[in-house]
Design a protein around this ligand. Structure first.
Ligand SMILES: [Zn+2]
Length: 178
């Protein structure tokens, strides 16, 4: 099974809104499920992913419910329950959440262990990075396991490519470089 095959549906902005509308029993204000803490957008995450990330003391609290993932960097909330006030923060997880980390290690690809520092080092040495291609090759072989490894439950390539863009920009802007 290629767990990354469905990621395209999340990439289209709007698809989540359509899903939220069809699944909503409330008024228009419920169309976009925003994080109760930061007000940012969220995406659905399976309960299985939530349970695979939580510290053991929280498992029983997440046996039921429908959870969403908040990816805002400055918001400590990782998961929140759609229908009630249940929420779990970075401290409640067994794994470090890369999108919410501002210092190394910043995990990017949880299936194959690539962190932001790997990409940063490669760019500073060679000016470019082979990491997205190496990850893509493994994904094409069906070897990724994002639902069980990535706290967001979806393919890491979006975050990896975003980090590559930011790091390459920073590298070319660096005045210390010749
Ligand atoms: Zn949030």
């Amino acid at each position: 099974m290629n767990c990354c095959a469905t990621d395209a549906s999340f990439a289209e902005s709007g698809s989540e809104v359509v899903k939220a509308v069809s699944g909503s029993r409330e008024g228009p204000e419920a169309v976009i499920q925003r994080c109760e803490n930061c007000g940012g957008q969220s995406r659905p995450v399976s309960r299985k992913t939530v349970l695979l990330m939580l510290k053991p003391e929280w498992l029983e609290q997440a046996i039921t419910g429908t959870y969403r993932f908040c990816s805002a960097r400055d918001c400590p909330v990782v998961y929140f329950e759609e229908q009630d006030s249940h929420r779990f923060t970075t401290d409640d997880l067994r794994v470090r959440v890369g999108v919410k980390a501002s210092s190394d290690p910043i995990p990017l690809c949880y299936c194959f262990g690539f962190a932001e520092s790997h990409i940063r080092d490669e760019i500073s040495l060679t000016g470019t990075t082979t990491i997205p291609e190496r990850i893509s090759t493994l994904i094409r072989e069906g070897l990724c396991s994002c639902e069980s490894r990535n706290p967001s439950g979806v393919c890491c390539l979006g975050e990896v490519n975003k980090a590559v863009g930011t790091l390459q920009q920073a590298s070319s802007d660096d005045p210390r470089k010749p």
